[in-house]
Design a protein around this ligand. Structure first.
Ligand SMILES: *Cc1c(COP(=O)(O)O)cnc(C)c1O
Length: 237
């Protein structure tokens, strides 16, 4: 199947999952994860209606940013080192991977210098996987508070979660539920720099379950573009 056909098929499955969770198809945003894919493939996805794309590495955003000519929103979804914030502050619409006050403060500093406010999500590691970044759910409220109190140029828009890989969606459904509960708790807090709207969870293998449990952003790579060729992976970052 082509990239265009894959996107149509995913949109159909997204719409059904949205309806199962009592929402409308247009309430869920599809972000195409373009890591290790070529500009031509990315342009095909945009032509098929994709409005938002995501990379997990700063270096790939730097490399591809000027190669994509169609208008599109860029997101950073991978671990971000403080010394790299300056390279993407003017390129991305949202950073999904904020997992410390220290990182938020660097984003705040760079956003202020660029004369903007940066939208961020707090990354939660609900399954406590050692191999993944993200905050322990129990630490999220404290980090949330500290960022609100110290980062006037950062707006917290919601939470991001990466579920463990599992063949059985029922095994990971509890993690999605836990993150949604946390989302609802924090969404009730009133603060000028907290504007909770986005719950970013769900990837190729689990996006229907994530949507059923309340996700309104899904990040899909493989199901759109096919398997990634990791031999193309660049060194360094
Ligand atoms: C690569 C990646 C995805 C997409 O994963 P697929 O299984 O290819 O859909 C989603 N989120 C993050 C954070 C990723 O790094």
């Amino acid at each position: 199947m082509s990239i265009t056909q894959n996107i149509e098929e995913i949109r159909g499955r997204m719409a059904q999952a949205a309806v199962r969770s009592g929402r409308k198809p247009e309430d869920v945003l599809l972000i195409a994860v373009t890591k290790l894919h070529e500009p031509g493939e990315i342009e095909e996805a945009i032509a098929a209606g994709v409005t938002d794309i995501a990379e997990n590495k700063v270096q790939e955003i730097q490399k591809k940013f000027d190669q994509i000519h169609s208008p599109v929103n860029w997101h950073l979804i991978g671990h971000l080192q403080t010394n790299k914030v300056k390279y993407i502050i003017d390129k991305v619409v949202m950073i999904h991977s904020v997992d410390s006050v220290h990182l938020a403060q660097e984003i705040d500093k760079r956003a202020a210098a660029a004369g903007k406010t940066m939208d961020v999500l707090l990354q939660v590691n609900a399954a406590h996987e050692e191999s993944k970044f993200g905050l322990d759910p129990k630490d999220v409220p404290q980090v949330f508070r500290e960022i609100l109190d110290s980062c006037p140029n950062v707006k917290i828009r919601g939470l991001m979660h990466i579920a463990p890989w599992s063949e059985d969606p029922e095994e990971i459904r509890p993690y999605f539920k836990e993150v949604k509960d946390l989302f609802d708790t924090l969404a009730a807090v009133e603060h000028p720099n907290a504007d909770f709207k986005y719950l970013s969870m769900g990837m190729s293998h689990d996006f229907e379950t994530a949507i059923e449990e309340g996700a309104n952003i899904i990040r899909v790579g493989t199901s759109i573009f096919g398997e990634r060729d990791y031999s193309k992976k660049m060194g360094g970052m």
